[in-house]
Design a protein around this ligand. Structure first.
Ligand code: HEM
Length: 458
């Protein structure tokens, strides 16, 4: 009997302790260890926006932001062709910000080139080091560091990507107290796997900017607001820039990035509107813009050892257009630097001509970027994504109306724009070729003289 009483009181004690434990830690148990995903709203919800509207320069108050739901892309990447951006217009060329609202679903656009981009980017990370990926520390009294924004960015990408491209990415979440980067009340993501190539990145231990860059096709720049209200380039993964180098721009405010690069009409047409736009940019109002350039890639013989050429189209750096990446002079358009004396004898058009032999339509490509801008809710940094597409000019001229429109756009460049975009590629070689293709399209009835339709940016 004494034995039974002792057992019963022990059992009661255990039951009471258990009940107390459950009561005391009920939120931890229900909310953190086993959280339920709240159903995403159809439009984003943001708090603290008012405080940020009236903020002192450089003093961002973290906003609570609930992302909208994302429509999953139902197919594999291998079945998605690159979006055919042709962002050149008929007639007059105007220097403007050229931004449009961005639907949330479209933040990052991936396609069947992803795996090639991933290979080139991984190689660039290994070979360029800090010239390609860098996060700067705080500069006291001037601007905060890029570390928090970089961490926030990689989590944002992982949250977005596995929802938008569920057949490509898998994530694993942690189950303990974390830094709160998870969306919809979930614990934050610990690892993300690119399923088709079986590569996993650890968000807790690996460099966030590097991982962010290797997850997508885009290059990335993080702009942090300084105490002077200007936006500083405080972290970046610029692996496929083509014609500018991150080492020349990192740490600079937006204005200097553009002025030192001699971006045409920046001071007169862009500076004021860009400064205002960056300062006011709200978390729930992302935007996108497109641009274009021309570049050339000289054909290279296949290596004798049977290995493949890593980047035959010169996506990462256009050596054939700009000369050697490490010898590049910041502030001079690349094509101006490709002097005849630096071109091997065998590659010169002629003794007099200042252009190499390989500058022929077959080797010229339209290089076009789709750029997006959005503000991160916690750090307040602005994320700039730059996705580069390359399209062969001889493919483009098969499309109805394109040769005429492209020739018109190139002819409409003001003097400074023509110089910036590379006169030496278009004047003698590209324009005569486009004119001839246009003439043939008119003859075949594939284009109509005077018809000037575009559904920008296509
Ligand atoms: C609304 C935002 C922006 C606008 C309207 C803008 C505008 C421009 C324009 C017009 C150019 C000339 C090439 C082109 O046509 O695109 C340019 C070049 C460039 N922009 Fe921006 N930009 C913006 C944001 C940024 C940001 C956030 C960065 C951050 C790194 C950046 C970095 C550059 C660089 C590195 C170049 C090349 C400069 C050179 O040739 O040295 N831009 N930008």
């Amino acid at each position: 009997m004494a034995y039974d009483l002792e057992t019963a009181s022990r059992a009661l004690l255990v039951a009471l302790s258990l009940a107390y434990f459950c009561y005391r830690f009920r939120e931890t148990i229900t909310g953190r260890l086993f959280p339920k995903e709240i159903s995403p709203p159809t439009t984003p919800i943001t708090a603290n926006r008012k405080q940020n509207k009236d903020r002192t320069d450089g003093e961002w108050v973290p906003e609570t932001f609930t992302y909208p739901s994302f429509e999953p892309v139902p197919v594999e990447l291998r079945d998605i062709n690159p979006i055919p951006y042709r962002p050149f217009r008929w007639g007059k060329y105007n220097v403007t910000m050229g931004i449009r609202n961005m639907p949330w679903d479209d933040w990052v656009q991936l396609d069947n080139q992803f795996f090639q981009y991933h290979k080139i980017k991984t190689h660039r990370v290994a070979t360029r080091g800090e010239k390609g990926v860098k996060t700067l520390p705080e500069r006291p009294g001037v601007v905060g560091g890029g570390h928090l924004a970089a961490k926030e960015l990689v989590h944002e990408l992982a949250e977005y990507l596995h929802r938008r491209y569920p057949t490509t990415y898998n994530v694993e979440r942690g189950s303990k107290h974390d830094e709160g980067f998870g969306w919809y009340g979930l614990p934050q993501i610990r690892t993300i796997t690119i399923v088709p190539i079986g590569v996993t990145y650890d968000l807790d231990t690996e460099d966030p900017m590097t991982v962010a860059a290797l997850l997508i096709q885009d290059d990335l720049a993080l702009m942090v607001e300084g105490s002077d209200g200007r936006y500083y380039f405080q972290a970046g993964a610029i692996l496929l820039p083509g014609f500018w180098r991150m080492e020349d721009k990192i740490g600079l405010p937006l204005e200097d990035i553009h002025v030192k690069g001699h971006v045409p009409q920046y001071k007169e047409k862009l500076h004021l509107s860009m400064s205002r736009f960056f300062k006011r940019m709200a978390v729930d109002k992302p935007v996108v813009r497109n641009n274009y350039f021309l570049q050339v890639a000289r054909p290279r013989p296949a290596p004798a050892d049977g290995t493949e050429i890593m980047d035959p189209l010169e996506l990462a750096w256009s050596d054939s257009t700009n000369g050697d990446e490490d010898a590049f002079t910041h502030g001079t358009p690349g094509t101006e630097q490709l002097k005849k004396e630096r071109v091997p004898e065998s590659l010169k058009h002629s003794e007099e001509a200042d252009i190499p032999d390989y500058v022929v339509p077959e080797n010229i490509r339209l290089r076009t970027e789709r750029q997006s801008l959005r503000r991160l809710p916690r750090s307040g940094a602005v994320v700039f994504t730059i996705r580069t597409y390359l399209f062969g000019v001889t493919d483009l001229t098969k499309e109805k109306g394109i040769p005429g429109r492209m020739a018109s756009a190139v002819r409409s460049w003001p003097e400074d724009v023509a110089k910036y975009k590379g006169r030496r590629l278009h004047e003698d070689v590209l324009l005569p070729y486009l004119d001839e293709c246009h003439r043939q399209q008119l003859e075949r009835g594939e284009a109509v003289e005077g018809e000037q339709t575009t559904d920008y940016p296509f």
